[in-house]
Write a protein that binds this ligand. Structure first.
Ligand code: ADP
Ligand code: MG
Length: 240
């Protein structure tokens, strides 16, 4: 299968700190790629670089579906089909649940008027069991519902590649199990997904392939079961 995303030798420094070091990897069409790594290993920075919010790489190249997008701005990146959800809840908190989805819909959903757009937004809320909460402020709904809302708003942009940053952080065990099902479901229609997560059981359950970052470098890559039993990976997590 062809690569929907290719990252070739990217680096990013913050002053003296090399947060991402000469990192290369690819994402295949319809693949779920898991990213693990200790705290501060550069996982969220990688997503920032890919979405250009607020910065791109210092060097290296990024291609989406074969096109070089290294110099693209955040809006062009979304138009190319790469959309993220955030590690911490950064939805528009003062907006209602449905308004969060409405502001994410592409212009074409408003071509037939506001009512048609609201109907479309409700379809996204329905598919995440959020319809009953549509008029509540996003700041007032539960943690799991907010995680689902972030995914719904990301999907409302009609991505080809969905980036999820710790979608299960703060969830209870049954909610983690539901999140696993939810990630599988969004991938079923062929959407390519990259998921960062600390909960290794989630990564192993959903990922076709796993990569591990350590100090901004690629430490390991391969089948999830092989990667999590790699002694170098275990040492990176547990320390010497
Ligand atoms: P992870 O998501 O793997 O826990 P991050 O990508 O958030 O790690 O951070 C990687 C490293 O880069 C950390 O040392 C962090 O403090 C640093 N860092 C991240 N963003 C910035 C920034 N905007 N300015 C300065 N340092 C940053
Ligand atoms: Mg992070």
């Amino acid at each position: 299968m062809s690569d929907i995303l290719a990252v070739d030798g990217i680096s990013k420094s913050f002053g003296a700190l090399k947060a991402i070091r000469n990192l290369s990897f690819s994402l295949k069409q319809s693949e779920v790629l898991g990213i693990a790594g200790p705290n501060g290993s550069g996982k969220s920075t990688l997503f920032n670089i890919l979405t250009k919010i607020p910065f791109g790489p210092d060097s290296g190249e990024i291609r989406i579906a074969g096109d070089v997008v290294t110099e693209y701005g955040p809006r062009q990146i979304v138009e190319k089909g790469l959309v993220r959800s955030f590690q911490t809840e950064t939805d528009f908190e003062t907006l209602s649940v449905i308004e969060n989805v409405l502001v994410s819909l592409p212009d074409r959903d408003f071509a037939k008027g506001e009512a048609a757009a609201r109907k479309r937004a409700m379809e996204f809320l329905d598919s995440f069991d959020l319809a009953a909460q549509k008029d509540r402020p996003a700041s007032e709904i539960g943690v799991y519902d907010r995680k689902k809302l972030m995914i719904a708003t990301a999907l409302a942009c009609r991505p080809k590649i969905l980036l999820l940053d710790e979608p299960a952080a703060g969830l209870s065990r049954p909610e983690v199990a539901e999140m696993i099902q939810l990630i599988r479901r969004v991938n079923e229609d062929g959407l390519s997904v990259i998921v960062i997560e600390h909960i290794i059981s989630l990564l192993v359950s959903v990922s076709n392939r796993l990569i591990v970052l350590n100090f901004g470098e690629l430490l390991a890559e391969g089948a999830p079961d092989d990667v999590i039993s790699d002694p170098r990976v275990i040492e990176a997590y547990l320390g010497p």
